[in-house]
Design a protein around this ligand. Structure first.
Ligand code: SF4
Length: 337
């Protein structure tokens, strides 16, 4: 990797097989970024433990599935460093140093923590039982980013605040130890096309409203058939309005060419096209688009050890850079060596 490239880092929790929202919201962007930047992409298995410490039976499979989807979608282990968070002890050590200088109230106001606390509360878990690990989550996230002194973290507009704490902690470190060791990481804003879940809510595994990258053609069609259409179009002969077709037509905007979108609009408005046919055509488009990715996924699966090798090798590469950064931190603080 060339040294003059700016550093990008980002990660994803191991939630299992990824869906189309992940593809359009994250992976397409990462694929572009890896052509231009020195990229570190990690599977955040420690972060998963902050809320799922007692649900670890599928952890290994979930890590495998996420890595498999990443590679099938075009993340390239020769262009990006793809690693597993728990294989990078340097981040844990940096987390300790950063924990020492981070005021408690900075952590409490972090939106990430508030979101997580809300999720726990919604699950009716006692919020006073938030673990020490979950409380430290924002600092661990900062340690992930500063392990590589990352210049940018790709985020959507609603996540900009998440990067603020990293900048604040980096600035505080620099002030306390009178150095300019850490760069001030900037959010890299990305225009993310929002792909709704089939029921019109946010797409998510736990809402059972997603289409998986790895779903086969039949499953994709079955799921698309459940998608919300124009609710006022009750019968086949009713004229529809694509603007009110909150899920299916919004997918057409992503999967259809301009001409195809026009065609769908005309057919819908004149009632010459029924919703069942419209959905069938859409499922075909989705299946066409994902056919090469799904094929690659099947190929990659044939070597059961391949994913492990990629993660081990990526973690080894990540450790080289993270150790360099950590050695500098230890020096700057003035620890005994
Ligand atoms: S024809 Fe297509 S765009 Fe029109 S309401 Fe039905 S699903 Fe939506």
């Amino acid at each position: 990797m060339e040294n003059n490239k700016k550093v990008i880092m980002s990660g994803m929790r191991p939630t299992g097989k990824l869906h189309l929202g992940h593809y359009f919201g994250v992976l397409e962007n990462w694929k572009k970024l890896q052509e231009e930047f020195e990229c570190y992409f990690f599977i955040a298995d420690w972060h998963a433990l902050t809320t799922k410490y007692n649900e670890t039976s599928s952890m290994k499979q979930n890590v495998y599935d996420v890595a498999l989807d990443w590679l099938a979608c075009g993340l390239d282990e020769n262009k990006s460093v793809i690693y597993l968070q728990s294989k990078l002890p340097q981040t844990a050590e940096l987390h300790i140093y950063l924990s020492m200088i981070t005021p408690q109230n900075w952590v409490e106001r972090d939106p990430t923590l508030k979101d997580l606390a809300k999720i726990m509360k919604d699950k009716q878990e006692n919020v006073s039982d938030l673990s020490y690990g979950l409380f430290g989550y924002p600092v661990l996230m900062t340690a992930d980013i500063l392990s590589f002194n990352a210049d940018f973290v790709p985020v959507g507009i609603d996540q900009v605040a998440h990067v603020e704490l990293t900048r604040d902690i980096a600035r505080r470190f620099n002030n306390i130890y009178k150095t300019d060791y850490f760069v001030e990481t900037k959010p890299k804003l990305t225009e993310i096309p929002l792909l709704k879940g089939l029921d019109g809510n946010k797409m998510g595994k736990s809402f059972n409203n997603d289409i998986k990258i790895s779903d086969d053609e039949e499953m994709t069609l079955k799921k698309v058939k459940t998608g919300i259409t124009d609710r006022n179009r009750m019968r086949r002969d009713d004229k529809g309005n694509p603007d009110n077709c909150e899920v299916i037509y919004s997918y057409w905007k992503i999967f259809g060419s301009e001409d195809e979108q026009k065609e769908i609009c005309q057919g819908c408005k004149s009632a010459s096209l029924g919703c069942a046919d419209c959905k069938k055509m859409l499922a075909d488009k989705i299946n066409q688009r994902f056919a090469p990715i799904r094929q690659k996924r099947i190929e990659l699966q044939k070597d059961p050890d391949y994913i492990r090798q990629v993660l081990i090798e990526g973690s080894r590469k990540a450790a080289i850079k993270a150790q360099e950064i950590l050695d500098g931190v230890v020096d700057v603080i003035g620890m005994y060596k």
